[in-house]
Design a protein around this ligand. Structure first.
Ligand code: PEP
Length: 257
């Protein structure tokens, strides 16, 4: 286990309208009363239309939950119909934003360049990007998972300065493990998370590499989180399905017992 503060981020994806989102975040606040929240950072990433409600609930209840968005526009403002900008998200009290999720890459044609622009748009708005990287099944079968993932990492962080690099969160999410119930083994997760840290060290030096939190994502649940978190280079989890149930997600946040 690492010395970095663990981060458990729940990606709600396109689930829960604002009323359901409100119920979930309030219930999560209740469930987190059993968790030592000074030892773990708990984050939710609701759909855009739920964020204002989540903000109100978190502020009113002083809940130990940070929140953010699942995507961000590359642009700051203007004629980009349907987009939501970084400044709009920070005005809602968001602190995190997922960038380059495999579903964005796969279904919305997000290229390395777009992902890199979004990482920079997040920093420009004072948000911390959670940059998602990870290989599809064919690359894993071909033994090219590390190479593939590091190429996405390098594309995503291109042009960041040292301060930005120190702050970014990287989520290693093998595509074959997302929403499939097929979790990577702790050793598989460690192999790639360690390779990500080594790549950061080669580019930015030991201080940055030692500071960056590298999460694992892909079918994480309360039943498998502890063994993943035992690994030296796994600093938390990006959680999809299991973040939609307050009790289950609170158990994930409370993996330290
Ligand atoms: C995700 O959406 O990032 C994810 C890891 O999903 P799941 O936990 O459902 O596999």
């Amino acid at each position: 286990m690492s010395t970095r503060t663990p981060l458990m981020a729940g990606n709600w994806k396109m689930n829960l309208d604002w009323k359901q989102g409100l119920a979930l975040v309030e219930e999560l606040g209740e469930q987190l009363k059993d968790v030592d929240t000074s030892k773990v950072e708990t984050v939710v990433l609701p759909p855009f239309v739920d964020i204002r409600t989540v903000q109100t609930a978190v502020e009113a209840g002083k809940l130990p939950i940070a929140y953010g968005a699942q995507d961000i526009s590359e642009h700051e403002s203007g004629a980009y119909t349907g987009e939501v900008s970084g400044p709009m998200l920070s005005a809602l009290g968001c602190t995190y934003v997922a960038v380059g999720h495999s579903e964005r890459r796969q279904y919305h044609g997000e290229t390395e360049q777009i992902t890199n622009n979004k990482v920079k748009a997040a920093f420009a708005a004072g948000l911390t990007p959670i940059l998602c990287v990870g290989e599809p099944l064919e690359e894993r079968k071909a033994g090219k998972h590390v190479e593939y993932t590091l190429a996405q990492l390098e594309g995503g962080i291109e042009g960041l300065d040292v301060e930005q690099a120190k702050q970014i969160v990287i989520a290693y999410e093998p595509v074959w493990a997302i929403g499939t119930g097929e979790v990577a083994t702790p050793d598989d997760a460690q192999e790639v998370c360690a390779a990500i840290r080594e790549a950061l060290q080669a580019i930015y030096g030991a201080e940055v590499a030692g500071a960056v939190r590298v999460l694992y994502g892909g079918s994480v649940k309360s039943a498998n989180v502890a063994e993943l978190m035992e690994k030296q280079d796994v600093d938390g989890a990006l959680v999809g399905g299991a973040s939609l149930k307050a009790e289950e997600f609170a158990k994930i946040a409370g993996f330290q017992g």
